[in-house]
Design a protein around this ligand. Sequence first.
Ligand code: AMP
Length: 543
Amino acid sequence: MNGLMMDVSLTITSIMQHAQQVHGDQEIVSVTRDNPRHRYTYREAFKRTRQLANAMAAWKLPRGSRIATLAWNDYRHFETYYATACSGYVCHTINPRLFPEQIVYIINHADDQVVFVDPDFMPLIEAVAGQCPNVREWVVLTTEDHMPDTKLSNVTCYERLVHGHSDQFTWPDLDEREACALCYTSGTTGNPKGVLYSHRSTMLHAYATLMPDAMGLSARDAVLPIVPMFHVNAWGTPYACPMVGAKLVYPGNKMGDGETLSALINEEGVTMSAGVPTVWLGLLAYLKASGNTVESLKRIIVGGAACPLSVMEDFDRYGVETRVGWGMTEMSPLGSVNESTAARDEYGEEVFAKQRLKAGRPIFGVEMKIVDDEGKELPWDGEAFGSLKVRGPWICSNYYEIEGASDAHSEEGWFETGDVATIDAQGYMAITDRTKDVIKSGGEWISSIDVENVATDHPKVAEAAVIGRYHPKWSERPLLVVVRAPDGQDLSSEEMLAWFDGKIAKWWTPDAVEFVDELPHGATGKIHKVGLRDQFKDYAFEA
Ligand code: AMP
């Protein structure tokens, strides 16, 4: 017998309608190139979104067309998110830090019809436009006064585009399974692959992120997403915040600038922020140097890569709770959150230091399992390492426009994350490696993430990475590559290696240390291990 409840489509159009009616006075504050502090309300944001939707309708694009953005976190980018998706198009967010050849590849692969571009990226657009024949229009996200000079002919000013249009628009009825957004993974090998989100997956993911032990947002929050809107939709915050009426504070192109971030937090009363580990280093360095504090900030979500313990402990001193989040582009992105800080009194200091580094417990809606090389499920005992697989309604069932099922989807109904993990009896998952980065010494696995965590805790270390290199006896042994901290220039290999004593298993201790001025980083700010292995390709240990 079926239930007798209304079958209302879960579409993000409803977020827009709810936010303007119920939280219409709540603010969105942005840093843009043409205004250091733009502010307006959700009501005004969605009024302009309707004007933009009218402008887009004039292009007469078929339903499902891809419209791209190459933009920072700000209010105009927010408007394009909703105007595209709620009109029945797909908002394709492009990561401007990809190589130009990759950008050309994904614009053409996605068959983008129009691209909304921040003025900062005009030189990039001028370099690639000739290779993107299907783009009919490049819309520059600024005012007429700030339009950059360009030789391109098909360039429009965003404000001119929006202003001429009516603010009345009837949004189409959409099926919840229709696509609303597209994001390409910045894979380290091969071409980027597209993850195509539906209205339904986006809505369910946004609901889930709002749970108290996940992001735990409410109308009393002011949220500063430092994670870019081109990195898995800023982890769903453009949808979750208007759902509950949280204030949005957007840093524009200043996401790496500790002084601007500190000013935004203090002046806008930011309570929660989210970003990859690297961005926090900039903010913490600024706070230490300036003596400023961040009184309003209660909580940060750190994800995208393992978070060093030193970052968490620095934030403890500022009264900020650090929650590790784990996820992937393929997972919208959130899969697990570590909320252990809430119960820190229940742990001893040492146990807590270990516990808080884990990737956390799966949020409801995400199922996990770890399997060995034969696909056999491994126990949740916190010891067994295995390949991590996930399933759930906001996890991709295949990539956009590829032939056949991807390798990651070889087991029916499950997605292979490419991460290696342990899960303990309480459900806390810990990432030990990417499958491709695992170091196999004498047939046993060494967790490069655990070794890196210990290394980065050394006060003289700014950044560290571990890679496996050939060893005649063990087949592979770990090599530690270190960037010294500015005031740690005297750090020696002996001092570094002695630091591992008693902190990790003896046989996990790297065989050697190499010091470098910087590590290679990928487009989302993570350490680029393939590049690093390439840099040290001729390095081999002696027996
Ligand atoms: P992306 O799709 O670019 O967000 O990358 C997803 C990958 O980032 C995951 O498969 C992990 O390898 C890594 N990652 C994300 N969050 C964490 C975390 N909290 N700890 C360790 N690795 C992480």
